[in-house]
Design a protein around this ligand. Structure first.
Ligand SMILES: [Zn+2]
Length: 147
């Protein structure tokens, strides 16, 4: 008869503790704040798209029926035509706003894209599409931001 061998497994005591470093760790601001910032971003996107639609109407009347449909499509992917009609500033802005929506969706919104520090609320309120904290933003503008 085989005797059950009791092996002293002391190793198990040292269980590797998995630190829950999920995306919630980077939620820099509370839900209500994020929601109101999302509203600002939505308004900004609307404003930019309206600008485009205004251009379209001024330029050609044939796209009138497709205005709504077009806004939908523009929400999903950047239409070349849309990008082309916007000024450089508006285009940059729209890219930043879209980028901010992505960060809202993946939970990284409100944290600096470079150093992961929370972006200050006054800054987010003024610039809801801000990608960097003020320090990194300054470095980015000076071209000294690495990575
Ligand atoms: Zn930073």
């Amino acid at each position: 008869m085989a005797k059950t061998k009791t092996v002293a497994k002391t190793k198990t005591a040292a269980k590797t503790k998995t630190v829950a470093r999920t995306k919630t760790a980077v939620a820099a601001h509370d839900k209500a704040t994020i929601a109101s910032l999302r509203d600002s971003l939505t308004a900004k996107r609307r404003e930019l798209l309206d600008m485009y639609e205004h251009d379209v109407h001024a330029g050609q009347e044939s796209t009138d029926d497709n205005a709504d449909d077009f806004a939908d499509r523009a929400n999903n992917s950047f239409n070349r035509e849309l990008m082309f009609s916007l000024s450089d500033n508006e285009r940059q802005m729209l890219i930043r706003v879209e980028d901010a929506f992505q960060r809202l969706d993946n939970g990284s919104y409100g944290s600096c894209d470079h150093c992961s520090e929370p972006i200050g609320l006054p800054r987010l309120e003024a610039v809801p599409w801000a990608r960097f904290c003020i320090n990194c933003q300054e470095r980015d503008e000076r071209g000294t931001l690495d990575g």
